[in-house]
Design a protein around this ligand. Sequence first.
Ligand SMILES: CC(C)(COP(=O)(O)OP(=O)(O)OC[C@H]1O[C@@H](n2cnc3c(N)ncnc32)[C@H](O)[C@@H]1OP(=O)(O)O)[C@@H](O)C(=O)NCCC(=O)NCCS
Length: 144
Amino acid sequence: MMRIELMSEENVAAAAKLAAACFTTPWSEDIYRRELENPQSIAFVCMDGERAAGFIHCSYVLDELTLNTLAVAEDCRRKGIARKLWQTVRELVTGMCTVCYLEVRESNLPAITLYQSLGFAQNGYRARYYQQPEEAAVLMMAEL
Ligand SMILES: CC(C)(COP(=O)(O)OP(=O)(O)OC[C@H]1O[C@@H](n2cnc3c(N)ncnc32)[C@H](O)[C@@H]1OP(=O)(O)O)[C@@H](O)C(=O)NCCC(=O)NCCS
């Protein structure tokens, strides 16, 4: 049974492990652990037993939300977990945030397709934004 929980001391190590498996320059477990103390950050983990099947990390300033990280374990993809994680954040920020911004590698078609399906549209482009490998970022935004 998968269950979505707030990111906490209980699941932060599992989430960081998933980040390490999904990204070439992931945030470390220490960074995620420090984020637990950040009142401006919002993060949920989808737990599958002892492991994280997915997680989302956002932060906000006033009414502007930023989606920093969204990751789902390779063998758990295309089951709606990313969509569910986003909906969980969205419900939490209803009445508080009016817009969400994010950046994504331009070759990351699964993520870009996902974000479009969630109502995001491109609002910018930054050449050579990412390293390892160097790549442009597509900037996207959604009105909430
Ligand atoms: C992008 C990612 C988070 C999607 O997670 P997911 O749980 O598989 O996504 P969902 O099952 O919720 O998909 C929802 C919709 O997104 C789109 N989508 C997701 N993966 C897709 C793919 N590989 N190709 C095309 N569309 C895709 C589809 O519209 C999908 O709806 P559908 O399955 O009904 O067609 C996952 O592929 C991932 O973790 N990738 C590696 C990390 C990453 O790139 N994160 C994003 C950058 S921060």
